[in-house]
Structures are given as structure tokens and as C-alpha cells.
Ligand binder design. Structure first.
Ligand SMILES: O=C/C=C/C(C(=O)O)=C(/O)C(=O)O
Ligand SMILES: [Fe+2]
Length: 285
């Protein structure tokens, strides 16, 4: 089994890099750490970055997980090969671009690009955004799944994730006590389905609700509360048409032995216990 220590970063393709940087800094509340003609590195914590926007193919995306040991990458290469998945070790140049010591690239059974990274760079400098959205950390991301049984097996048997809860065919997966850091949602697409940043409190969620409306940012779900993780949330669209989420209060599963995943029905009330209706394709029947 390949042990996932934490989520590390997302690489998201876009058509217009300046537009994404403006959104990420002025609306989302991330800090721009580094920018080239084609790449922009943004963060909501003290790591080197959480999101790297790349100008070019807007359909390109990849998600990365940190592993604890360098040997985990060799082990992963072998275990993936046994699953019929070819993985590729990153060159020095590719590591430099990602700001990691070593990396391994592959695609999961759905075709989602995944990168396992060893020693992603941290900084000794506090996260300092231009807009205070109350972000405390890069929380989780959603991935598309075309076959949830196949992909849940992959993420929980080949990789070290565990199912916290299921909603219809969707699954919320944890890799540490946090209720979920990966969310699988059924669709015909591949890649990243939504991007979550945790914020400090319900006050930050609600402050952003007013702020986003004032800035004419399309809000696609919420404010509301997930019955699964108990987190309070708001979802909105970026100029890249990707779904972004702020949430606060995600539950932690500390009694690992006794946790039984629950199966929620595929209904709006399984996504929001307050009655908000999702305008997100993958959250609707
Ligand atoms: O309830 C369904 C969705 C849950 C999600 C998600 O969109 O990933 C959460 O963020 C959550 O439960 O916190
Ligand atoms: Fe989420």
C-alpha cells in the first residue's frame, strides 16, 4: 500500500494567467509567492504553494500528495506497475518546477493525473494575503470518478485513503484524522472537481458570502452545512469555471477503529442540512 502523508498541491491549467492571479489574490485570498510568464504559485499557508496555475491547456490538471520517505516512491512505482499503471520519475527540471525534492507521476484508473512528491518545499515566512478570507489551510480537493467502485478500491487499497462517508456513488476519503482530503464525485469528466480552502470560522464563510456577492462572483452552493463532515461552506466559480469552496469546522475522525462509513442518499439534503440547493453538476441527481 502507498502511504499518503498529506495533500500537497494542485497544478491547474488556465487560458489567462493574469486573470487567474487576480482572482486568486483579490477574491480567493491567496498569496502570490512566485510568477513566471507561464506559471503562478499561490498559497494559503506557509508552504511554498498550494496551487500552481499554468497558462496553456485549460483542461490540464494534476493533484499531488506528499509521501514521507523517498523509498515510498520506488515502492509506489512497483505497486502501481502491479496494477498495470505506468509511473514516471520526475526529472530534476520537473522537480524544480514543482519545488519538491523528488516526484513520481502517474494517472489513477479514471485518468486523473496524480503526483507523489517527497519533500515539497516549505517556507519560514508566514502566509500574508492581500485579502483576508480567513484561510487556515489548503483543505481538500474533489476528483472526478467514472466508476466509483473501481476508484474507491484504488484509493483505499492501492493508496492509503479510507472511506469516511459516501453520498450516492460519491465518497469522502481521509488520509489522516481530517474527515476528508479527497472527495470522489461521479461524472464523465476527469481531473479536479473542486478546490477547498478551510477558513477559521463561520464568520469567515458568511463574510465571504457578502463579499463574493458584492464582487459578482457566481455562488453555486451555500452558505450551508454538510451533514457528512459537519463543515459550514460556500462554493463559487472562478474565471476558469472551476468550483472553489471555503469551509469551516470539518470533523476529525479520531476513533479510527470504530468508525463506520455512512451511506448518504443522493439528495440535496445529503449535501446541505440547512436546505441550500447545489448548482454543481456532480452534487445533483
Ligand atoms: O456533503 C457532501 C460534500 C462534502 C464536501 C465536499 O464537497 O467535498 C465537503 O467539503 C464536506 O463535507 O466538508
Ligand atoms: Fe468540499
Amino acid at each position: 500500500m502507498i502511504h499518503l502523508h498529506d495533500i500537497s498541491y494542485l497544478r491547474l491549467g488556465c487560458q489567462n494567467l493574469s486573470e487567474m492571479v487576480e482572482f486568486a489574490t483579490d477574491i480567493l485570498g491567496l498569496e502570490l509567492r512566485h510568477k513566471t510568464d507561464t506559471h503562478a504559485y499561490l498559497r494559503g499557508d506557509s508552504s511554498a504553494y498550494n496551487i500552481c496555475y499554468i497558462e496553456g491547456d485549460a483542461d490540464y490538471d494534476a493533484c499531488a500528495f506528499e509521501v514521507r520517505e523517498l523509498s515510498e516512491l520506488d515502492k509506489a512505482e512497483k505497486e502501481l506497475a502491479a496494477e498495470g499503471i505506468t509511473a514516471k520519475r520526475a526529472t530534476d527540471e520537473e522537480c524544480e518546477e514543482r519545488q519538491v525534492n523528488s516526484a513520481l507521476f502517474f494517472a489513477d484508473p479514471n485518468g486523473n493525473r496524480v503526483e507523489l512528491v517527497y519533500r515539497p518545499y516549505q517556507t519560514g515566512v508566514r502566509y500574508f494575503p492581500g485579502r483576508d478570507a480567513g484561510i487556515t489551510e489548503f483543505g481538500h480537493f474533489g476528483l472526478h470518478t467514472g466508476d466509483s467502485e473501481r476508484d474507491i478500491r484504488f484509493w483505499t487499497e492501492v493508496m492509503s485513503a479510507r472511506v469516511s462517508d459516501k453520498i450516492g456513488e460519491g465518497a469522502l476519503l481521509r488520509i489522516d484524522p481530517v474527515h476528508h482530503k479527497i472527495a470522489l464525485f461521479a461524472s464523465e469528466h476527469t481531473g479536479v472537481q473542486h478546490v477547498n480552502f478551510q477558513v477559521a470560522s463561520i464568520d469567515d464563510v458568511m463574510r465571504s458570502w457578502y463579499f463574493l456577492q458584492e464582487k459578482n462572483v457566481p455562488i453555486v452552493f451555500g452558505p450551508g452545512r454538510h451533514p457528512t463532515s459537519t463543515a459550514m461552506f460556500i462554493y463559487f466559480l472562478g474565471p476558469d469555471k472551476r468550483v472553489y469552496e471555503y469551509s469551516s469546522g470539518v470533523k476529525r475522525i479520531t476513533d479510527e477503529e470504530n468508525h463506520t462509513p455512512r451511506q448518504f442518499e443522493m439528495a440535496p439534503t445529503s449535501f446541505c442540512m440547512w436546505g441550500a440547493k447545489p448548482n454543481v453538476d456532480e452534487f445533483s441527481e
